[in-house]
Design a protein around this ligand. Structure first.
Ligand SMILES: [Zn+2]
Ligand SMILES: [Zn+2]
Ligand SMILES: [Zn+2]
Length: 254
């Protein structure tokens, strides 16, 4: 997990709440992103505004693919910082995203996709619109469509794990794609309702329905203290559910 925080990150600028001022490193959450590593190759899900720092912090020196969940700012704004990988690997990077997200990337980063010859370096990518399962880093990836307010979002399943950030509604048609999971990472913003995100209660309802062996919350806001919320989940009868945190890593059977 390169980042487990909500769009503004935790600590949040100018906030002095007990989570933002916590000394527990688990309460420090960069914007939401995941690094997948398989057979010496790497892929990231989303390029957050914290992408550069996340990559440095993880010691990542090679990138083979980028997957985008959707086009919100907290998931794409680090895109320009893929340039060192272009230079280092002397290659463009494959990008997998929905057509809607590709449209947002082209608008937001017009200088990357227009035909004006650049004077300085710009990201070099090859765009792959997602229209079904695909393969990156030697791993089959299954896109999981979900609803994020009035916007579409893609989760991704790889082997016995799935990553499902930024959603408010999981369509019935996507549920069979999430059967028999060892690990499910899913959106759980806070306790109070939000039109575009799951609450803790709503995320627990999804977990009860899908029955993954373990579940991890992500896109976490500053309303949820790490250790206290984990203790609360155990007390509520969910010993297999916990808040994800930056730096969390686990092996996935693919
Ligand atoms: Zn987000
Ligand atoms: Zn705060
Ligand atoms: Zn979003």
């Amino acid at each position: 997990m390169l980042g487990s925080g909500t769009s503004m990150g935790v600590p949040t600028i100018a906030c002095h709440c007990r989570v933002c001022s916590s000394k527990d490193p688990h309460d420090h959450r960069l914007r939401p992103s995941v690094l997948l590593v398989h057979q010496g190759e790497s892929a990231v899900i989303d390029t957050t505004p914290d992408f550069r720092y996340q990559v440095l912090r993880a010691g990542l020196e090679r990138l083979d693919a980028i997957l985008f969940t959707h086009g919100h700012a907290d998931h794409i704004l680090g895109f320009d910082d893929i340039r060192p990988f272009n230079l280092h690997q002397k290659a463009s990077l494959p990008v997998y995203a929905s057509l809607e997200t590709i449209g947002i990337l082209k608008r937001t980063f017009a200088y990357v996709f227009d035909s004006v010859p650049p004077i300085s370096t710009i990201p070099r990518v090859t765009l792959h619109p997602i229209d079904g399962p695909f393969e990156v880093i030697g791993t089959r990836i299954t896109p999981i469509p979900a609803q994020h307010g009035d916007m579409g979002v893609l989760g991704f399943r790889f082997g016995n794990a799935a990553y499902l950030t930024d959603f408010s509604v999981l369509p019935e048609s996507s549920k069979p794609l999430l059967a028999d999971l060892d690990d499910l990472v899913l959106d759980a913003l806070r306790d109070t309702p939000h039109p575009m995100h799951q609450t803790v209660e709503q995320a627990l309802a999804v977990i009860r329905e899908l029955q993954p062996r373990r579940a991890w919350f992500t896109h976490i806001a500053h309303e949820l203290p790490h250790s206290e919320t984990n203790a609360r989940l155990i007390a509520a009868g969910y010993p297999n559910v916990a808040l994800a945190y930056d730096g969390l890593h686990f092996e996935v059977h693919v």
